[in-house]
Design a protein around this ligand. Structure first.
Ligand code: UDP
Ligand code: MN
Length: 359
């Protein structure tokens, strides 16, 4: 114990008070540090828990994303199934026969442009099923996209022209028959899928022609095989059947064609449509690489059992032109660009979009 006399000295009292104060301060600080340590441990534990939670959530998000992708795929599938079913349903409205519009199409600089334009024409036509056959090894997404956006019932196929029958980019463009393999593939599809269909009309509509909407109304009138004038074709302003003057324009007596006019049917592919029943009843009616140039139409029509003078003249007794054999000018391209086009590579993103190729 501190002797009481010493305590009487003021400085000593002050000193002791100071020491006590410091000891108290140190105790307080120690206490505080201990408190903080505990807090730190608690926080670390919380962080761990949160981390684990975030991992779990991340996994969940990932799984949900995968499920979403699966559902997207399923929706596409169902979409396609619905579309196919609708297009194959028996045609209830017999007053408006279905048109099966067969379009062969091949890759070139203007393919996307031509098909886009055609899709906008066809999207105005009710009861039309668009059968597009690509001259390619596989279906391309650009064509698929055009078909989907058209909101038409459609069938998307591909059939490659054999190499020895295929024109090169630099070939003059009138040497080999075009669209043979593709039209046959569409005919096969019709025979397989539409065997039970009793009404409808089949038309071969190239991707670069120009169609007045009125031509579709004419097609629906076809009993067996209908024919009408075609503008800008065969070196003429119009190729047309010539009708007898005296029997209300019901019978064809000749054709005005100048190019190979000796052909059984001196007309263009765009000039006629045939009833689907003729296609179904004559499975041998196909196109062929082995027929003389310009005889595709004639051979086909003979095989479906039609006679040139038995065709039904349409388009106001063949006095109107509702379809033109227009041709999109081949783009003038440098060697470098032709090579890109032939190899289908080396495009920048915008070019790829313009031409309808994958980037
Ligand atoms: N076509 C095709 N593969 C080819 C060339 C043409 O599928 O190698 C298609 C083309 O897209 C068109 C049809 O066949 O829909 C007729 O071809 P094109 O328009 O070039 O012939 P033309 O105008 O001379 O009748
Ligand atoms: Mn053409």
């Amino acid at each position: 114990m501190i002797p009481s006399r010493l305590l009487e000295k003021w400085w000593l009292r002050a000193f002791i008070a100071l020491v006590v104060f410091f000891i108290w301060q140190i105790c307080y600080a120690i206490n505080r540090v201990q408190g903080l340590e505990e807090e730190k441990t608690v926080l670390q534990a919380t962080i761990e828990v949160l981390k684990r939670k975030s991992d779990v959530l991340r996994t969940e998000i990932h799984e949900k994303e995968r499920a979403l992708t699966r559902l997207d795929g399923r929706i596409e599938e169902i979409d396609t199934q619905i579309r196919d079913h609708i297009s194959l349903l028996p045609r209830v409205n017999r007053s408006t026969p279905y048109i099966y519009f067969i379009t062969p199409t091949h890759f070139r600089a203007a393919q996307k442009a031509d098909l886009t334009r055609l899709s906008y024409t066809l999207s105005h036509v009710p009861n039309l099923h668009w059968i597009v056959v690509e001259d390619s090894d596989k279906l391309t997404s650009s064509v698929a996209e055009i078909l989907k956006s058209s909101r038409l019932p459609y069938t998307h196929l591909n059939a490659r022209t054999p190499k020895d029958q295929k024109m090169k980019y630099t070939d003059p463009n009138w040497t080999l028959p075009r669209g043979v393999e593709q039209r046959n593939s569409a005919l096969l599809w019709i025979r397989n899928q539409l065997a039970g269909v009793r009404s409808g009309v089949v038309y071969f509509g190239d991707d670069d022609n120009t169609y007045d909407l009125k031509v579709f109304g004419e097609m629906r009138k076809v009993q067996k095989a209908g024919v009408w004038p075609v503008g800008i074709v065969g070196g003429m302003f119009v190729e047309t059947p010539i009708l007898a003057k005296n029997d209300q324009g019901r019978s064809i007596i000749d054709f005005n064609a100048v190019w190979k006019r000796e052909r059984p049917f001196p007309i263009d592919m765009a000039a006629f449509a045939v009833n689907i029943t003729l296609i179904l009843q004559n499975p041998n009616a196909m196109f062929s690489f082995d027929v003389p140039r310009g005889y595709q139409e004639s051979t086909f029509l003979e095989k479906v059992g039609i006679h040139r003078y038995n065709m039904e003249p349409l388009a106001e007794k063949c006095s109107k032109v509702y379809v033109w054999h227009t041709r999109t000018e081949k783009s003038k391209l440098s060697k470098d660009l032709i090579e890109k086009l032939t190899k289908k590579t080396g495009f920048n993103q915008l070019e790829a979009d313009a031409l309808g190729v994958e980037f």
